[in-house]
Design a protein around this ligand. Structure first.
Ligand code: ADA
Length: 575
């Protein structure tokens, strides 16, 4: 896949990225479409979003992608890093996989006798019961297409399906490794683990037809991963004739005395939210754009980015690992109504999506926090069990990271008892109140959270911001001007950094402008059809506020004493 390291050295893999045949089928019902009867009259880039291209701009409906290639005989695995947002995969006319939900990796498998293979993928970007995670009213435009890389892998009789590397102890340079495998037959095979080019384990293991192998590994040479010194290691596992490689960093995340800590050091998180969207590429982020975004985060002086509001591109996470940028990784969500949230089909789809998110991204050291359900009904009694279930799933999957969600109204929230980190979205000075009220509004949230008995939990302002039409100013600094946005964010950053010490994280809304939903009521509140609370516009050109925020963030990052305030270290414990 498009990563910063090879995930396989032994397993034969072929990148399928490139130009595929394409057909837009519009209103067609996928059940009524025969893959061999499609008239492929156009082409599309993979990865790419068809509705961001001039020929199919803004089209919503069913689309078909096709590619052909020669394959060796054997078990084939097609790996999709993301398809927006419903997919059905055919191999030489046979249906081999259906998948609902964008932004996460899934795979489709089949046996082949070899020779030419024709792969057809039906892709649907409509809002219907097939795609319970995606809703039209979300405040972003749902682009459709095969939006991330596709790879074909040839599998042998033993398959490594997942490799998890968790830091057991930074001090002892020890990690726990779990290898999930499947095998055609039980029996002994060699296991070899190599880390950073050094063989750390060789043995023969007795496999069953599916299972996990757990090993503890010491890496005395490895240096810890920190934002200032993001040291990375690559672990290669060979099992029988198969292999899998993952990159990781030695680091421990914890919470203590109202702060998130990394390797025992309390963190102050200063950053932004980030959508993966571009007017020309939709949710498909060209590599150059990902590099651009990371450079702009660094230029801004960020040490933190919240992936709003879905799992981010694995390559972006690789770049954050290398840049030492701390990441909040969250499952898809945006103000689902209560009835939706409590629908069993929705809950099942969220659980599957969370499983895929964690499986695809758990080894990134940059991810320090898992999140779910942005601005959903955590204010309702009915929401509580749903939050409990989904946060519980995250904890089951990964006991090493704290969990959170962004609350829409912290003063009315009912689920803060369920999280390790309290996070509040708030828009004083924009949707209500005035700029001078902002410090008081933020302090009110902090006091409320403490009064609820959560003073020990870290508190993050997970969204705050103002709209600014790029290039727009007037003589009085009114709403929608760059002046107003800069003034508001100056007050926010000034207060959080210098005016208080309870809130230890800030994610400004938002790094870049992005297109919003086509729903009329939204468009009336979003000039240009764009959510323009970006510090940069949708083409990444800085607005005035970029420099204002940069002044605050850079000053803080340069002030080494700021994070040296001492707190007792307490390893994060799952409850
Ligand atoms: C919310 C939401 C964001 C965005 C923002 C805004 O906080 O979480 O996705 O819609 O409001 O711009 O109003």
């Amino acid at each position: 896949m498009a990563r910063r390291f090879a995930t396989h050295e032994r397993r034969p893999t072929a990148a399928l990225d490139g130009i595929w045949d394409f057909a837009f089928l519009g209103e067609a019902d996928p059940d009524a479409v025969a893959p061999d009867r499609i008239d492929f009259d156009a082409v599309a880039a993979v990865p790419g979003c068809f509705d961001a291209t001039p020929a199919f701009a803004g089209r919503r409906g069913l689309a078909a992608y096709r590619t052909r290639l020669d394959v060796e005989p054997g078990r084939q695995r097609l790996v999709f890093d993301a398809v927006q947002h419903w997919a059905r995969v055919y191999w030489n006319g046979d249906l081999i996989r259906e998948h609902a939900g964008g932004f996460t990796r899934f795979w489709a498998e089949t046996e082949s006798e070899g020779g030419q293979a024709e792969i057809v993928v039906l892709v649907d970007n409509r809002f219907d019961e097939r795609s319970p995670l995606h809703m039209e009213h979300f405040d972003w435009y749902h682009y459709g297409g095969i939006s991330r890389s596709v790879e074909l892998q040839l599998l042998g009789p033993v398959r490594i399906d997942a490799l998890r590397v968790e830091t057991a102890s930074v001090a002892d340079r020890r990690v726990n490794v779990r290898i999930d495998y499947a095998a055609d037959a039980s029996g002994p095979v060699p296991l070899e683990i190599v880390c950073d080019g050094r063989t750390v384990l060789t043995e023969d293991v007795e496999l069953s037809t599916a299972g996990s192998l757990d090993r503890a590994i010491e890496l005395p040479w490895a240096a810890p991963w920190t934002p200032a010194d993001p040291n990375l290691s690559v672990l290669s596992v060979r099992l029988g004739e198969d292999d899998l490689r993952e990159r990781f960093g030695l680091r421990e995340v914890a919470t203590a005395n109202g702060r998130i800590t990394l390797n025992g050091e309390p963190l102050t998180l200063l950053g932004v939210n980030r959508h993966e969207a571009h007017p020309q590429f939709g949710h498909a982020q060209p590599e150059a754009l990902l590099v651009n975004d990371v450079q702009q985060l660094q230029e801004l002086g960020c040490n933190f980015v919240r992936g709003s509001h879905y799992p981010l591109d694995p390559l972006f996470l690789d770049l954050c690992d290398e840049a030492g940028i701390l990441v909040w990784c969250e499952s898809i969500g945006w103000q689902y109504p209560v009835e939706h949230l409590t629908d069993p089909a929705f809950i099942e789809a969220q659980l599957a999506h969370i499983d895929e998110m964690v499986a695809a991204s758990r080894n990134h050291p940059s991810i320090i926090l898992w999140g779910i359900l942005n601005e959903c009904p955590s204010w309702s009694e009915a929401g509580h069990p749903v939050y409990e279930r989904l946060l519980g799933r995250l904890r089951e999957l990964d006991a090493t990271r704290p969990v959170t969600y962004a609350a829409i109204n912290a003063l009315d929230d009912k689920c803060f008892d369920l999280v390790d980190v309290v996070s509040a979205n708030t828009y004083p000075g924009w949707y209500w109140a005035d700029v001078p009220d902002i410090p008081g509004e933020l302090d009110k949230i902090a006091a409320h959270v403490d009064a609820l008995g959560h003073a020990e939990k870290p508190l993050i302002i997970s969204e705050i911001g103002a709209g600014a039409v790029p290039g727009w100013n007037d003589s009085i600094g009114s709403l929608w001007t760059e002046d107003y946005q800069a003034r508001l964010l100056d007050t926010v950053a000034g207060h959080i950094i210098d005016g208080q010490d309870r809130i230890s994280g800030l994610a400004i809304w938002v790094l870049g402008d992005f297109r919003t939903t086509e729903q009329r009521e939204f468009l009336l509140r979003r000039p240009r059809g764009v959510n323009d609370k970006g510090l940069i516009d949708e083409y990444r050109r800085p607005k005035q506020a970029f420099r204002t925020v940069q002044g605050h963030f850079r000053r803080r990052l340069d002030d080494k004493a700021f994070d040296d305030r001492t707190f007792d270290d307490r390893t994060f414990e799952n409850n």
